[in-house]
Design a protein around this ligand. Structure first.
Ligand SMILES: [Fe+2]
Length: 204
């Protein structure tokens, strides 16, 4: 079944509203990731069209989480193997959700591959050839997960420096050029003062 009657704008708005009511923390995370993805795409010199397309992919990258039980998403501490298997399906769920809307089909690769890693250690497929937009989304996603406090996350929050260091020291997993672009975005120099863009501002 394909649904042709809705514009891309309203579909994204509708899906984001569903995510907002299902799991507000993931909704806020998605907005931050979309913003960073847009800025990194811009920093990499990608065409305007791609910057916007990647931003939309960032918004919807975790939409498949609406099919993962909240009890799992909010579980403090570590997940059981079975629960983790559930979480690992969310990129495929998300791709399935977008598939029925022809106007959103182009966003599928960013959603489906954002947890894949260059060394093949990611999921759901464990592939090592990953579309560029999914690599950008994946890096912004990892950065946000490392630096943003979540009620169920018992791990110590990383500083921006620590998070960038962790990404930079794993070039086998993360595209180094993208991580460098992210670092530049985060620490855009303004005069003598290092200026951290207000990604935390969209949190509340
Ligand atoms: Fe995800």
């Amino acid at each position: 079944m394909e649904v042709y009657n809705y514009s891309e704008y309203y579909l994204i708005k509708h899906l984001m509203t569903s995510l907002k009511h299902y799991h507000y923390i993931t909704y806020l995370h998605s907005i931050r990731v979309a913003k960073l993805t847009y800025l990194v795409s811009k920093k990499l010199g990608l065409p305007k069209e791609e910057q916007i397309y990647n931003c939309k992919g960032g918004l919807l990258h975790d939409i498949g989480k609406v099919l993962v039980p909240v009890a799992i998403l909010d579980k403090p501490g570590s997940l059981t193997e079975l629960e983790y298997e559930f979480v690992k399906i969310h990129p495929s769920y998300g791709a399935e959700m977008l598939k029925i809307f022809p106007s959103l089909k182009d966003l599928i690769p960013g959603v489906l591959y954002h947890h894949e890693r260059l060394d093949g250690s990611g999921y759901p497929f464990g592939v090592s050839i990953i579309p560029l937009n999914a690599q950008i989304i994946g890096i912004c996603d990892s950065f946000d997960a490392m630096t943003t406090k979540r009620p169920y996350n018992e791990k110590r929050l990383k500083s921006i420096h620590e998070a960038i260091f962790e990404l930079k020291t794993q070039p086998q997993k993360y595209n180094y050029k993208i991580v460098e672009a992210l670092e530049e975005v985060l620490w855009d120099k303004k005069g003598d003062q290092q200026h951290f863009i207000s990604i935390r501002d969209v949190q509340n």
